[in-house]
Structure formats: structure tokens, C-alpha cells
Design a protein around this ligand. Structure first.
Ligand code: ZN
Length: 141
């Protein structure tokens, strides 16, 4: 079965370009092995969720919901990601790497919860992308 149309919310960090093309990473994220036209849309910001969490979730609900309606029909998936050594979060959040990661995971969980409430037909999954060494942690949300 083909992977459902997926909206990927990610950081604009250029290191993620090759990371998100790797077939084994795509498999872990539940994406089609190779990115194809009309298979997925990426919403990329500095920090990924950073400018779209909290008070800005309605913006993400609108944009992700619109993309799903336009390209996914009634089925679709939203993949929320955060990543290690994220310049956006490191710039915005004071504290240790652990503090930054905790904030990233909080943003993933709270945003996933609100997206599920607002777009009940969409499947929402969260992942933390480790760049060095490369691996992916699924975040329960
Ligand atoms: Zn980043």
C-alpha cells in the first residue's frame, strides 16, 4: 500500500536535506522509500516547530489542514520532527542540551495533541532526529 500523503514539519537546517532523503530514515519515519511528487509536503522553518508551537498552533493547524485537504483527500499524516544541535532552538532556549531537548519534546507532544484535536482524521506522529550519530527516536505523544 502506498504511504499516505504526509505533511512533514521540519527545521530548515540544511543538514536535514540529505538526512531526510536516506531510505532507512524514510522507512523509520513511515515515508515512501523515495520522495515522489505529490507524496509529501514539507513545512520548514528555523527550528521546525519553534515558530509554530504554543500560541502559533492555529497557524500550523490551518496550513497543515489545507495541505491535507488539497493533496491528501480524507486520509493523511502529519509528521512532526525536532532534531539535535538545532540552531533555532539553541538560540531561543537557554540552558543545557538536555533542557533544549526537553523543550523540543514538549513542543512535539503538545502540538501533536492539539493537531489531533483539530484535524481528527489525520494521523500525527512525532520523531526526534539525531544527526550525530544518525538515528531517529520515536516520541510518544
Ligand atoms: Zn534546526
Amino acid at each position: 500500500m502506498a504511504a499516505p500523503f504526509t505533511v512533514v514539519v521540519r527545521c530548515a537546517d540544511p543538514r536535514l536535506e540529505t538526512f531526510l532523503l536516506a531510505e532507512h530514515h524514510r522507512s523509520t519515519l513511515g515515508l515512501a522509500p523515495v520522495r515522489v511528487d505529490l507524496g509529501e509536503a514539507h513545512i520548514a522553518n528555523v527550528g521546525g516547530l519553534l515558530p509554530l508551537a504554543g500560541a502559533e498552533v492555529p497557524r500550523l493547524v490551518h496550513d497543515a489542514g489545507l495541505l491535507l485537504r488539497l493533496f491528501g483527500g480524507e486520509s493523511g499524516r502529519i509528521v512532526l520532527t525536532a532534531h539535535s544541535s538545532c540552531g533555532g532552538y539553541l538560540d531561543a532556549v537557554e540552558g543545557s542540551d538536555d533542557t533544549v531537548r526537553a523543550r523540543q519534546e514538549d513542543d512535539l507532544r503538545s502540538t501533536a495533541h492539539r493537531l489531533r484535536g483539530a484535524i481528527p482524521h489525520a494521523v500525527v506522529d512525532c520523531y526526534y532526529l539525531n544527526l550525530e550519530p544518525e538515528c531517529i527516536d520515536a516520541i510518544e505523544a
